[in-house]
Design a protein around this ligand. Structure first.
Ligand code: HEC
Length: 151
């Protein structure tokens, strides 16, 4: 009798432990979120066109410095890569914080088009910078999922 009780306590304990391990290790995969963005050759090609029509005139690209001095370059010399995907896309659509010149693109581009433009901008960055920025974007999404709205 005692042995049977001890065995069931054991089984329950192991069961709980497995459950905890399963929960704790469940990797955040972004669910059906668009962020961090998926960079594929198709959206990069679409993004190159969107960028040429809407952005290059001020920001330049990986071959030319910004034509408007106030516009930061999107290359690794600028600071776009310091920010997370979701925020960059929000800024493109709804305005960069404290911006004085940068237009809002909400009425001009869809969210997917802004994502494509960002996918193209990422081709300006070296691989290690892309990795760091993608990891930052992923961490941001994890925190959003866990804590809700972030500042
Ligand atoms: C009329 C010029 C102009 C155009 C067109 C423009 N920008 Fe900007 N952008 C700026 C300026 C200037 C800033 C710096 C903030 C300010 O004072 O407006 C800026 C800031 C930004 C920032 C925030 C700074 C950073 O690098 O993180 C992002 C992101 C950005 N622009 C992306 C874009 C994208 C993508 C497009 C095209 C869809 C675009 N911009 C089109 C002028 C422009």
């Amino acid at each position: 009798m005692k042995i049977r009780a001890a065995t069931s306590v054991c089984v329950v304990t192991i069961g709980l432990a497995l459950l905890l391990i399963a929960c704790g290790s469940s990797d955040f995969d972004g669910g059906d979120s668009k962020y961090p963005i998926n960079v594929g050759s198709e959206i990069v090609a679409a993004g190159a066109e969107i960028y040429a029509q809407n952005c290059v005139a001020c920001h330049g690209d990986n071959t030319q410095r910004p034509l408007l001095p106030a516009a930061p370059p999107h290359t690794v010399d600028g600071h776009t890569w310091h920010h997370q995907d979701r925020l960059i896309v929000e800024w493109i659509l709804d305005g960069v914080p404290l911006a004085q010149v940068m237009p809002k693109f909400r009425d001009i581009l869809t969210e997917d088009e802004a994502i494509s433009a960002l996918a193209y901008i990422k081709t300006f960055w070296p691989d290690d910078v892309v990795d760091i920025q993608t990891e930052g974007s992923l961490q941001y999404e994890k925190q959003l999922a866990e804590f809700g709205d972030l500042p």
